[in-house]
Structures are given as C-alpha cells and as structure tokens.
Design a protein around this ligand. Structure first.
Ligand SMILES: Cc1ncc(COP(=O)(O)O)c(C=O)c1O
Length: 399
C-alpha cells in the first residue's frame, strides 16, 4: 500500500486505506491497539534525541501513540489537511484549540447556535480565565465583522449547527478571518469530510466530536483537530502535553475501524434522513421541519454551495407544545430517547431540556430552539420501519 499514492485516491478508498495499511512492525492487517503507556529507547542517546525533537519516535502515550497516529493520518487525508491530533472528547479538542490561540484579555467571535457544551465552555468556563466569547447570529457575516477587534484571536463556527441546522458561510468567514489575520475554526461534526471539507474553502482548523459519525457506533467518546502541520505540532507539544486530554489507544482503534465505513454510512444516513424529513414536512401534527436537503431550508442555496450532501440530522417543531413532544418521545420504539448523534441507531431528543439546557431561556429563543423542538439523528435502519415508528407515535400525540 505504501507505494500507492493515497493522495490521488477517492474518499471511500481513503476511508479504508488512509490509516496506513499493513502494520510494518507486525504485518497485522488491522492496525494493532498499541496499549502501552511508554516506549523503550534503543539507547540513552536515542532517547535524548527523540526528546529534543531531533529524531522521530514514540515516548509516552500522552504525547503520541502509533494507533493514535494511524487515526490522525487518516482524518488528515479525509479533511485534506496537513496533520491532525486526536483527543479524548470533542470538548477536549475544542477547548484545547481555543486555549492554544487565546490568552487572558483576548476574545473569540463565534456563531451563536452551537452544541450546548460548547456554549457552556464559551459563556461560563472561559470567562473565568478572562477569555470572552462574542456569540453572534452567524447567518449575517457583518455580525462577525462588527465584533472583531485587536484582541480577537479567532472566528469559531459550527455548520450545520446543532440542533437548528443553521448554515454559516465558510468561505465568507474565511475571507473575513484572513483580512484580520486570524484563523477560522469550523466544527465539522454534522457533515463529516464526506459532505463538507472546510479546509478546502478557506478554513484554517477543523474540529470534530468524533464521538458522532466518525466513530459511528455509539461506543466511543473522542475528538479530532485538523490543520497545518506547524499548528498541530505546536498543539501537541503545548496544550495536549500540558493539559493531557488524550485519546486512549483502544478508542483511536475504534475510530479507525469506524472510518472504514464512513462513506457508505453517510450515504445511508442521508438517504433515510431525506425520506424522514419529507414525511414530517407533510405531517399535519408537525409545524416545521429543518433539514439541509429540503428546498424549504432557508439557506438551501448556501447548502448547495458549500456542502456535497445533507447529513443525517432532522429537527422539527411539533404542534401541541412540550407535552406533544414528550408523548412522541415516550412512544417511539425504534428511535432511542438519548442524546448524542451520528450512530447507526436512530436517536431522538429534546434540545431545550437536554443537549441545549445550558442555554438560558433567552438564548434558546434567540437561536430558535423552542419547547416544541425535537431533534432526530437518523440511523441506518430501514427507512420504512423508521417512518412507521414515527407515524404510530405521532398518532398518539394530541394537539
Ligand atoms: C457539534 C458538536 N460539537 C462538539 C460536541 C462535543 O463533543 P463530545 O461530546 O465528543 O465532547 C458535540 C456533542 O454533542 C456536538 O454535537
């Protein structure tokens, strides 16, 4: 495999082979789980050289590990970045990136519709370290522009956003970031590189909750950062080394395995989600549906400009208030009532009281997340079975 130019390969091939092929040390076809905290040096001189950065080699799993390296190599290929770094969770990846760029007294300008945990980091935790995050309605590029000042260290966006599927114009944000000589960070969790490659349209850093589609099976919590080699080296040797938010070798292996099927899983998620979205769009008990693949999505033109597909998340507002949503969630059988997303299993949740409960009432309203808002993560089950399940549960809803 090493003689093949992987850079020329198509996405599905990279998913299977991008992590490096047969393990050179053992011939193992599946990358081994290098479950070792530390790595022996051949002699003292070699150890000193590796520590001094004069020679490549593994030292200690908090700083790097061959199974982790296989994962990083692969996600860097898929996102078309120079290098990548894996973390123990999406939040570890996001907080590490922000901390690597900011110091006390500086600020971040961010879109306001974010995963609830990111919003909490931005609005509660970072404030304690005098890092301010200015969250704006990201659908208007002028809103970012008017908040940037000499202390702004980066622009941060999540697109499509969790859970409203709001789309932010990556290219326009990248232009603005370049003008101010600051990096643009994009959370690409919802699309994965299969449907959107932010680095190709001007972003500098991509972050992922790899817990979601990258792993794909609801069994691993992890995060990823992709960017230039210079930035990733610095991140590894400073924040990762110091704060220690590493991924375990087992979890890195689970993600390498998950990535092998990413292309076919994403196709299937999308195919089924589109059918579910269309079904809900015409349902008399549903007020409104948000799905990037519906022509009724308010930013459908932008979706087509920057994404090659729509993903597997469908959100909707049910008629009949919070009670109607609860009846629905308590009566589905195939959709599991649980947070997280991107699993092969279909999931259903109530953002206002669950994933986005960190937003106060006012911020929820500002972002358009009502009490009637329900989020579906459409899995890879048969679409007819999923629609039948929603249909029988919606019959029990009184409006
Ligand atoms: C878009 C997005 N980014 C980041 C995160 C945080 O990732 P993790 O739960 O892996 O820490 C999540 C979690 O749901 C998410 O949905």
């Amino acid at each position: 495999m090493s003689r093949i130019n992987l850079k020329k390969m198509k996405f599905a091939t990279l998913c299977v082979h991008g992590s490096g092929g047969v393990d050179p040390a053992t011939g193992a076809v599946s990358i081994p789980i290098y479950q070792s905290s530390t790595f022996a040096f051949h002699n003292a001189r070699e150890g000193a050289q590796i520590f001094a950065g004069e020679r490549d080699g593994y030292v200690y799993t908090r700083i790097g590990n061959p199974t982790q390296a296989a994962l990083e190599k692969e996600i860097a290929f898929l996102e078309n970045g120079e290098a990548a770094l894996a973390f123990g969770s999406g939040m570890a990846a996001i907080s590490s990136v922000v901390l690597s760029l900011c110091e006390s007294g500086s600020n971040v300008v961010s879109s306001n519709t974010l995963y609830g945990g990111t919003h909490q980091l931005f609005k509660e935790t970072l404030v304690r370290y005098q890092i301010e995050v200015r969250e704006v309605d990201g659908t208007q590029i002028e809103n970012f522009a008017s908040e940037i000042d000499e202390y702004t260290r980066c622009i941060y966006i999540e697109t499509p956003a969790n859970p409203t599927l709001t789309i932010i114009d990556i290219e326009a944000c990248a232009r603005l970031a370049r003008k101010h000589n600051i990096p643009l960070i994009v959370d690409n969790t919802f699309s994965t590189p299969y449907f959107q490659r932010p680095l190709d349209i001007g972003a500098d850093i991509v972050v992922h909750s790899a817990t979601k589609y990258i792993g794909g099976h609801g069994d691993t919590v992890a995060g990823l950062v992709v960017g230039s080699k210079a930035y990733i080296d610095e991140l590894r040797n400073s924040i990762l080394r110091d704060l220690g938010g590493i991924i375990s070798p087992l979890n890195a292996w689970l993600l390498v395995r998950g990535l092998k099927t990413l292309a076919i899983r994403m196709e299937r998620h999308q195919e089924t989600a589109l059918e579910v979205a269309k079904y809900l769009n015409f349902h008399p008990k549903v007020r409104r549906v948000w799905y990037p693949g519906l022509t009724t999505h308010p930013q459908y033109e932008l979706v087509k400009k920057q994404m090659t597909g729509f993903g597997g998340i469908v959100s909707f507002e049910i008629k009949g208030g919070r009670k109607a949503g609860e009846t629905l969630m308590n009566n589905v059988h195939l959709f599991t009532l649980a947070v997280s997303l991107g699993d092969v299993d279909s999931l259903i949740e109530h953002p206002a009281s669950m994933t986005h409960s960190t937003y106060g009432q006012q911020d929820l309203k500002k972002c358009g997340i009502s009490e009637e808002f329900v989020r579906l993560s459409v899995g890879i089950e048969d679409r007819h079975d999923l629609i039948d399940d929603l249909s029988q549960a919606l019959r029990k809803v009184k409006i």
